[in-house]
Design a binder for this molecule. Structure first.
Ligand SMILES: Nc1ncnc2c1ncn2[C@@H]1O[C@H](COP(=O)(O)OP(=O)(O)O)[C@@H](O)[C@H]1O
Ligand SMILES: [Mg+2]
Length: 159
């Protein structure tokens, strides 16, 4: 079994639960184990929240935002056999050159820190995760994958 879907979402807060619900719905229909689906939905939510929060165009030096900002980001999910891969790509400034990116591990956050947990969570949940920037076009790309487990009554396992 091999399926994929792709969404183009507005860079606004409501897009986060929308993407999460769509992933959970697909996983449920495909017969994925609910714990795995939940974990993947948490990782997806963090990646989408980052695209919303950090994936905008850089502000002009005078403080105004670029009017050319396309204001969207893309979520693509691939289910291929037992593997699920999710990619979240935006058109913002991308990851800063130092500190994150290109597969380097995210720093472990302070226990009481309000920020800096999203990338760590994605890394903990996924079997493999990478955080990088799109060459040429700009924008961040967060991708992660995980081996799926299936419910015993999974409809697509026996298909
Ligand atoms: N889509 C993105 N585009 C640009 N920078 C990002 C993106 N996602 C994450 N980052 C950078 O990585 C940092 C850590 O992200 P995260 O762990 O989710 O913490 P937080 O979002 O709370 O700052 C962010 O503060 C930001 O600097
Ligand atoms: Mg975050």
């Amino acid at each position: 079994m091999s399926i994929w879907w792709s969404l183009h979402l507005r860079r606004e807060a409501a897009s986060v639960p929308l993407a999460r619900r769509l992933l959970l719905g697909t996983m449920e229909k495909a017969g994925v184990d609910p714990d795995i689906s939940y974990d993947l939905s948490v990782a997806l939510s963090e990646a989408c929240a980052n695209a919303v929060e950090h994936g905008g165009r850089a502000a002009h030096p005078d403080g105004a935002h670029s009017c050319a900002s396309p204001g969207g980001f893309q979520v693509t999910a691939y289910l291929d056999g037992d593997m699920c891969r999710i990619e979240v790509a935006d058109s913002g400034p991308g990851f800063p050159a130092v500190g994150h990116g290109h597969g380097r591990p995210a720093r472990t956050p302070d226990l009481d820190a309000e920020h800096g947990r999203g990338l760590c969570l994605i890394r903990e949940i996924a079997d493999h995760a990478s955080f990088g920037n799109r060459p040429g076009r700009g924008g961040a790309v967060v991708s992660f994958d995980k081996i799926l487990k299936w419910r015993t009554d999974a409809p697509l396992v026996s298909a």
